[in-house]
Design a protein around this ligand. Structure first.
Ligand SMILES: Cc1ncc(COP(=O)(O)O)c(C=O)c1O
Length: 478
């Protein structure tokens, strides 16, 4: 088969898949052992057979979860949007690494262009930034920059013999914070989890007490992370009040914002004021476009504020290490700095093109509209739960997360019942929704991040959930 024929088969396959992704079953489910049998991964292969290659590709799509299905509510991301998908395919076509200007000139310019746009929107003066592999990585680099700012020689001498460093996060912060504390030699026990209020926001009064207690104990409080959209509840920590603590405690910690989920509120002044007031006075900010904005994975930014005399020097001084002159040649009047020099990886996927095309296609207003539409849909979903006598809301809605469950009749374990309902809906290919633990109870976590879903799909989801709950409890009672 020629490349031209292979392309035409590929486009035919893609067109068929895309046309059917919103309908039919969400997944053609098989238990793992059955699936392994069906896939027969060890089957002998005919060398260089495109026909066989397309059979594998068809199989892959047949048994995958259709994340563009309107009943996919499971994760913070769903269907990839078309402009971004075109960007992803063109990136692959011109396969390169975005580590140097020489190997990726257009990608480097695009990345720098959007970093500058985002620095301006975040209110960061003379700042810098980079695309990373996701907010887990963004959180790690931010904590690393904070560590190196707090301990002058941490990069060269390590932390041996230094005063213990202590970091503070929302008790419901993402687990990537624990991983960062582990990787960076801070120690997970020095990551203090601050209890949350009834809305899931870090309690700033407790944070203040904990910072003072750490200082009294001779430790260095070096890092506080606010979460802009917590994983389970979608809560936004009070950035402005955390900024104000610095003066109150007389202590200048690094203030990072983990906006993996809800951070793109910063694209609008109005939304920033509502959800993230004070963002411009923080030290660093990470956010994902591969979550609610439909950009294929991964698409993340980490921005560093240039205030307090740090202008444009943090990433270089924090990250650049080792003998890299075989690859990086620095900047001159003609050529911008290589982005790979301030990245934790060497090879870098050209993540920018997919976002750049979507940015030009939808405009900033299109991204803001999407954020606002999802908020409205989440509000509608909350009203559906409140109106259904069979369901209960487990936490007030803060943004895009609806935590609810089916009320278990007497004699049923509510946690088990809800897990079973959820699993049955998944295995039957009806709907896919997440689970979590909230105040010691199993919660069903519905996330609004899917452009294919309408209000009618929200209603259909709850109807299916209730029907399944009744079916299970009726069958057990019979
Ligand atoms: C609040 C928060 N922070 C960080 C992350 C990690 O993001 P990523 O998957 O981009 O590494 C997540 C992922 O769900 C998250 O919810």
């Amino acid at each position: 088969m020629s490349d031209t024929e292979a392309f035409s088969r590929l486009f035919d396959l893609m067109e068929r898949y895309r046309a059917g992704r919103n309908s039919g079953k969400l997944v053609d489910y098989y238990a793992p052992a059955q699936l392994r049998k069906k896939l027969d991964l060890g089957a002998p292969a005919t060398p260089e057979s495109y026909d066989e290659l397309f059979v594998w590709a068809e199989k892959y799509l047949q048994y995958s979860v259709k994340t563009g299905h309107p009943q996919f509510w499971n994760r913070m991301w769903a269907d990839a949007n078309m402009p971004a998908m075109i960007g992803e395919m063109v990136s692959t076509l011109a396969h390169t690494s975005a580590c140097t200007f020489e190997s990726a000139p257009v990608s480097t310019e695009m990345e720098k262009y959007l970093i500058d746009e985002f620095l301006g929107l975040a209110g960061y003066e003379a700042g810098e930034g980079q695309m990373t592999t996701g907010s887990s990585n963004g959180n790690l680099i931010a904590m690393m920059a904070a560590r190196n700012a707090a301990v002058r020689n941490a990069k060269t001498q390590g932390l041996v013999g230094t005063v213990p460093l202590v970091a503070f996060v929302n008790a419901e912060a993402h687990y990537s914070m624990d991983k960062a504390a582990n990787v960076l030699g801070i120690g997970t026990e020095n990551l203090i989890k601050i209890p949350v209020d009834e809305r899931g926001r870090l309690r700033v009064d407790v944070l203040e007490r904990e910072i003072m207690a750490a200082k009294d104990a001779g430790k260095t409080p070096f890092f506080v992370a606010a979460t802009a959209g917590t994983t389970l509840r979608g809560a936004y920590d009070a950035i402005y009040e955390i900024n104000a603590l610095k003066e109150k405690c007389g202590h200048d910690f690094w203030h990072h914002v983990d906006g993996a989920w809800g951070g793109t509120a910063f694209l609008s002044k109005k939304l920033t004021e509502h959800f993230m007031r004070g963002l411009g006075k923080t030290h660093s900010f990470t956010f994902d476009f591969h979550k609610m904005h439909g950009i294929p994975m991964v698409c993340n930014f980490l921005l560093i504020n240039g205030h307090q005399g740090r202008a444009g020097r943090v990433l270089q001084s924090t990250i650049a290490s080792g003998n890299d002159d075989y690859i990086f040649r620095g900047a001159d009047n003609e050529r911008p700095a290589d982005l790979g020099a301030v990245s934790l990886q060497c090879g870098r996927h050209t993540d920018i093109l997919k976002l750049f095309l979507a940015w030009k296609f939808y405009g900033r207003a299109g991204f803001v509209d999407r954020f606002e539409r999802f908020l409205q849909r989440a509000e509608f979903a909350e009203t559906c739960v409140l109106a259904a006598p069979e369901l209960e809301l487990l936490a007030p809605r803060e943004s895009f997360n609806i935590n609810f469950r089916y009320i278990a009749p007497a004699g049923f374990d509510a946690d088990d019942l809800n897990k079973t309902i959820r699993q049955n809906l998944y295995e039957s290919g009806t709907a896919m929704v997440g689970l979590g633990q909230l105040n010691g109870q199993t919660t069903v976590r519905l996330l609004i991040a899917n452009e294919s879903s309408t209000d009618a799909d929200v209603e259909a989801f709850f109807a299916a959930f209730i029907t399944e709950g009744k079916k299970i409890t009726d069958a057990a009672a019979a």
